[in-house]
Design a protein around this ligand. Structure first.
Ligand SMILES: [Cu+2]
Length: 224
């Protein structure tokens, strides 16, 4: 075989291999979405919909066999916790959110995001209205930038007595913070939401892994 033929073969093989990897990336990762969960109707007379979420320090092997140590959001549906971050909510409506936050603080790099913004009325932390938390006490945030909604979630103290090791975390027996807030939806569409705390421990600047993969620290709110 001539040198030219060898080179041609090597380049062709490399192009095919890279093409196959790109195809796999698109088919297996970039186009896979978490399961959609519809917000529950809000309690009588309050109108709108309600979402109950929890944030956990480690999602555990039951919810994520491939990434048991990742931080994650879970949603309450049909009386159990599910790991998904795609929620359906009604258009031109209010959504009442309750988040049970079980993780310790990581801290926000941008203190602007430690202010509550874009909610209807006051957000509450452990039953008390609040407008901001010290940036270093943030464990995660719930933010829908397109709707101007930013809510910081305070962390559980490191020395807490009954920490939750891995999901599902149980609010009745394990140490947590409770955050509630309400936001208004507008027209139909798909809105991205995400955590802004660099909580992906062990990843570059804390922003890889669960911060970059749908179904953990970010997802979509489908307004329908
Ligand atoms: Cu987070």
């Amino acid at each position: 075989m001539s040198l030219f033929a060898k080179k041609l073969l090597a380049v062709s093989a490399a192009v095919l291999a890279i093409g196959a990897l790109i195809a796999l990336y698109v088919a297996d990762w970039a186009t896979s979405f978490p399961k959609e969960v519809a917000a529950a109707p809000a309690p009588a007379n309050s109108g709108g919909a309600s979402l109950t979420l929890e944030t956990v320090a480690a999602v555990g092997g039951k919810y994520s066999p491939t990434h048991p140590s990742w931080v994650s959001y879970l949603v309450r549906t049909n009386n159990r916790w599910e790991r998904t971050t795609d929620f359906t909510v009604p258009a031109n409506s209010v959504v009442h959110v309750t988040i049970y936050q079980f993780d310790t603080p990581t801290g926000l790099r941008n203190p602007f995001l430690s202010q509550v913004q874009g909610t209807v009325g006051s957000a509450t932390l452990d039953g008390k209205p609040f407008t901001t938390i010290p940036p270093e006490e943030a464990s995660h945030t719930f933010a829908v930038p397109e709707l101007g909604v930013f809510v910081p979630l305070a962390g559980v103290p490191e020395e807490s007595k009954h920490p939750c090791e891995e999901a599902p975390c149980e609010p009745s027996t394990m140490d947590h913070r409770t955050i509630t807030f309400t936001f208004r939806t507008g027209k139909k569409g798909r809105y991205r939401w995400q955590c802004f705390v660099p909580c992906g421990a062990g990843w570059y600047f804390g922003n890889g892994g669960p911060m970059q993969t749908l179904g953990y620290m970010d997802g979509f709110i489908d307004v329908v």
